[in-house]
Design a protein around this ligand. Structure first.
Ligand SMILES: Cc1cc2nc3c(=O)[nH]c(=O)nc-3n(C[C@H](O)[C@H](O)[C@H](O)COP(=O)(O)OP(=O)(O)OC[C@H]3O[C@@H](n4cnc5c(N)ncnc54)[C@H](O)[C@@H]3O)c2cc1C
Length: 390
């Protein structure tokens, strides 16, 4: 039976849209379904709260279409150094781009602008139809054809349904895929700030008893402050006025921050979640639909970009060799490449979170030894390469 599309991607966030940019130029016909359009961009807009540290490997995915160039024409901020330290500890560690001979370690980007630039890059491709606003309601299987009923009353068919619809994935639930999940007793406050100090090229993270405190630079004298705390406390901070919150941040954050003005703020609960399976015949999961990790090291979306690269390569190779690329036999090659790697990152973030939550002297000594050992040049270079995804 002839399908309307080869692939329906449910969720056109950063990950679903990136997958469409990799597959459409290779002849796959795609429908990208999302409930919301990314807002348009203009230079006078305030910086968004939802930002990410995009690794060079993720940037490489966007460079395969016009998306990266479009994003560069909007705004993004390169960073050249990363510093990690613990209050009163001796493991103060700074990683820098020139230690591995590259221009930058990554870019701080606004999530909406990454999504918008990917959507704009897709507009010139006839193989992609964006269906928005729309949500999938039901999924049916008819032999090798997957049928998706949308809340618009429309029904579309494809050989493969991709779940790129985030942590609460309807695709994952609709196909009955279970998850292992856990909740951290912490939340993080995220605040957009104007800084009195000039533009900075460093991201830093300081560990204190209550949780990490971090700074991510944005263009000009702007940045993002992230403050992990017990859930109630993080929520209470988010409910303060901007002026009172700025006072609290300046009283508790390191001197590196200087004077700040808060322009926007919100708190986010922290969770971990991993799908028990990434695929079955006619269905596959990518990005947060498959895995949600503690954002401590800012790796969530970068794992999603690696999923996208791996899945696109798997599908292209299988199709070129004449295989039925929508079957579990092919899709499980992608799962094999990504599930263990994502699981290792999820558990590393867990260990990091718990390791830094212990207040005993022995634990403190141990984690400072770990930070200090990372000063050994060879180990340091390896850590930088791992963080950059190279
Ligand atoms: C506080 C915080 C800070 C973070 N910081 C970083 C960081 O610095 N670096 C990093 O790499 N990661 C970070 N992350 C993680 C990162 O934000 C996620 O990994 C990333 O957004 C996942 O992208 P995604 O496209 O898979 O899912 P999403 O961003 O959730 O996108 C899902 C898309 O699907 C659409 N959708 C969902 N459900 C439906 C539906 N039923 N119908 C139609 N459309 C639907 C949505 O509209 C959306 O467009 C952070 C997360 C948090 C909570």
């Amino acid at each position: 039976m002839k399908c309307d599309y080869d692939i329906v991607i449910c969720g056109g966030g950063m990950i679903g849209a990136a997958l469409a940019t990799l597959l459409a130029p290779h002849g796959f016909s795609i429908a990208l379904v999302d409930g919301h359009k990314p807002g348009r961009y203009d230079l006078s807009q305030k910086f968004d709260l939802r930002i990410s540290a995009l690794s060079p490997k993720s940037a490489q995915v966007m460079q395969q279409s016009a998306a990266w160039e479009i994003l560069q024409g909007m705004r993004l901020c390169p960073y050249k150094r990363m510093r990690v330290w613990e209050v009163a500890g001796f493991g103060d560690l700074t990683f820098s781009a020139n230690q591995v001979g590259v221009a930058e370690l990554g870019h701080i980007v606004e999530n909406r602008l990454v999504q918008l630039s990917l959507w704009q890059a897709l507009q010139s491709n006839d193989n992609v139809k964006i269906i928005c606003p729309a949500s999938p309601e039901h999924f049916h299987r008819d032999g090798k054809t997957m049928r998706i009923d949308l809340d618009t009353g429309q029904s579309i068919s494809a050989r493969l349904v991709v779940g790129a619809d985030g942590a609460q994935s309807k695709v994952r639930q609709g196909f009955g895929v279970g998850v292992n999940r856990g909740q951290y007793q912490q939340a993080c406050l995220v605040a957009s700030v104007n800084t009195q100090l000039g533009q900075q090229d460093i991201t830093w993270q300081r560990f204190v008893n209550t949780g990490p405190q971090a700074f991510l630079p944005l263009l000009g004298q702007h940045g993002s402050v992230v403050w992990y705390h017990q859930t109630d406390h993080a929520r209470a901070l988010a409910n303060l006025t901007n002026v009172d919150l700025a006072g609290e941040i300046m009283a508790h954050f390191p001197a590196e921050l200087g004077a700040i003005e808060v322009t926007e703020k919100a708190s986010f609960g922290l969770q971990k979640q991993h799908a028990q399976s990434y695929c079955m015949d006619g269905m596959v999961l990518v990005g947060d639909a498959a895995h949600v990790i503690n954002p401590l090291a800012g790796q969530g979306v970068n794992l999603g970009f690696q999923d996208v690269s791996s899945l696109a390569e798997t599908l292209k190779k299988a199709r070129n060799s004449g295989e039925d690329w929508s079957t579990i036999g092919v899709l499980s090659r992608y799962q094999k490449q990504r599930k263990l790697a994502n699981s290792i990152m999820l558990h590393s973030m867990d260990a990091f979170h718990h390791g830094f939550s212990q207040t005993g002297t022995k634990s403190k000594w141990l984690r400072n030894m770990v930070l200090a050992s990372a000063k050994v040049p060879l180990i340091k270079k390896q850590i930088i390469r791992y963080a950059m995804g190279i």
